[in-house]
Design a protein around this ligand. Structure first.
Ligand code: GAR
Length: 220
């Protein structure tokens, strides 16, 4: 089998992107990153991509008068790259429905909350305001609704004497651990989505994977 190819979509600083680049370099992920696409020309993640010698593509959403034209450009670009897996790493645009349907079961996203809680923005602030004693991040297959779709793995951590910044930083560190894991599971064929249900090692998953206190429990 040829090495699986990944396309990564970013909008910002690209720290998850860097964690994935590092995992590919260390052979913790067995895949090629064929390109990184950013919808923002100033995304810091683009510099990280260039440093790693990976192709960068900018599709600047502000240059399109209509949203559908941006969607079309993105769809055509991804089709040309023909990846096995699309990885959303802080990509802050909503993907078109047709795109999600076309690549169903082949798009992963990471979101900084214990989904289904706190979809959308300001997740850390909202977790603090809600007085939660636990918070974290989720990797999930992408479905048609924002920050929705079957969850694969969650990193859970206790809320300590945190403010929004410290909590975000602690969660982000865990994101850098769980995202490469989920990507490797997918590219090695252990993880799949069948009939909208997560499968691991060819079996439907009843309990998602959890990363907590430096311990991993596999999906079951
Ligand atoms: C990450 O915290 C990621 O979970 C979040 O954006 C940040 C990107 O940081 N994604 C979402 O909120 C998706 N709804 P990064 O660019 O440093 O990886």
């Amino acid at each position: 089998m040829s090495t699986p190819s990944i396309v990564i979509l970013i909008s910002g600083s690209g720290s998850n992107l860097q964690a994935i680049i590092d995992a590919v370099a260390d052979k913790r992920i067995h895949a090629n990153i064929s390109a990184v696409i950013s919808n923002r020309p100033d995304a810091l993640g683009l510099a990280k991509t260039k440093t790693a010698g990976i192709r960068t593509i900018v599709i600047d959403h502000t240059k399109f008068t209509e949203r559908t034209k941006f969607d079309e450009a993105l769809t055509n670009q991804v089709a040309e790259l023909n990846p096995d897996l699309i990885v959303l790493a802080g990509f802050m645009r909503i993907l078109p429905k047709a795109f999600i349907e076309q690549y169903e079961g082949r798009i992963l996203n990471i979101h900084p909350s214990l989904l289904p809680e706190f979809k959308g923005l300001h997740t850390h602030r909202r977790a603090l305001e809600a007085g939660h004693d636990q918070h974290g991040a989720s990797v999930h297959f992408v479905s048609n609704e924002l920050d929705s779709g079957p969850v694969v793995i969650q990193a859970k951590l206790p809320v300590l004497d945190d403010d929004e910044t410290s909590l975000a930083a602690r969660v982000l560190k865990q994101e850098h651990i769980i995202y490469p894991l989920a990507i490797e599971w997918f590219t090695s064929g252990r993880l799949s989505l069948i009939n909208n249900r997560v499968h691991f090692d060819n079996k439907p998953v009843n309990e998602i994977a959890i990363w907590q206190s430096d311990t991993l429990s596999l999906p079951r």
